[in-house]
Design a protein around this ligand. Structure first.
Ligand SMILES: C[S@@+](CC[C@H](N)C(=O)[O-])C[C@H]1O[C@@H](n2cnc3c(N)ncnc32)[C@H](O)[C@@H]1O
Length: 204
């Protein structure tokens, strides 16, 4: 779980930055209020489907946003509990997701791992839990996974155009609940030098 040790915090903060950017900058406050007000008002539980969610950092981010946004944006609601389903094809994340759940769960919030394969069609048998989670999610995240899906589809011989939006992604977008917020974060493919090491430029 070296990956989680190196990236968990930065990845969680990347999603917080998208959902709660510059909350104290007046120009962004109204936008945050629109998006997060829609997510959090009239809702005591925020349901998150974290696609390719790996270690569970989207749960940490969602807890932070659900806890901080009501007061920061004056939404006039109590913080919502968060139910986060991490959908991932790597079962080795189970112990990490359990550890994250053990550390952060409480007040009705929890995270769990379910299997899926995002290179397969949304309707496929392997994606039954994905369909359940997406259909009921208020927030759907694709964080640093789209490039992996596209690369896998290209390796299987798909055309570049098909690989870009292949597998389960079109079905996820088509079946997300009305009003759901979908966030996609990804690496650019640019490789740069950083802190003495080489890594994809946007990999936190
Ligand atoms: C670079 S990691 C990103 C993890 C996490 N979202 C983050 O932001 O740190 C890519 C994740 O996508 C998962 N993944 C890759 N291909 C997948 C597929 N076909 N179906 C489901 N998950 C996949 C990997 O197991 C891994 O957890």
């Amino acid at each position: 779980m070296d990956y989680a040790a190196r990236r968990f915090r930065r990845r969680a903060m990347a999603l917080v930055d998208v959902l709660l950017p510059h909350v104290y900058t007046r120009s962004c406050v109204e936008r945050c209020r629109d998006v997060l007000g829609g997510l959090l008002r009239a809702r005591s539980r925020l349901r998150v489907a974290s696609l390719g969610g790996g270690p569970g950092c989207d749960f940490a981010a969602s807890l932070h946003v659900a806890g901080a946004a009501p007061a920061a944006l004056g939404l006039g609601v109590a913080p919502a509990a968060v139910t986060c389903t991490v959908l991932d094809f790597e079962p080795a994340w189970e112990s990490c997701v359990r550890a994250v759940d053990g550390s952060l769960r409480g007040a009705g919030s929890r995270v769990g791992l379910e299997p899926c394969d995002l290179t397969q069609p949304f309707e496929g048998g392997v994606n039954a839990r994905l369909r359940e989670a997406v259909l009921e999610a208020h927030l759907v995240t694709f964080c640093y996974v789209l490039h992996e899906i596209a690369a896998a589809l290209l390796r299987e011989g798909g055309s570049p155009a098909a690989a870009l939006l292949g597998g389960a992604v079109p079905g996820v977008l088509a079946h997300a609940a009305p009003g759901a917020v979908v966030v996609a974060l990804d690496a650019s493919g640019f490789r740069g030098q950083r802190e003495g090491g080489t890594e994809d430029s946007l990999q936190g």
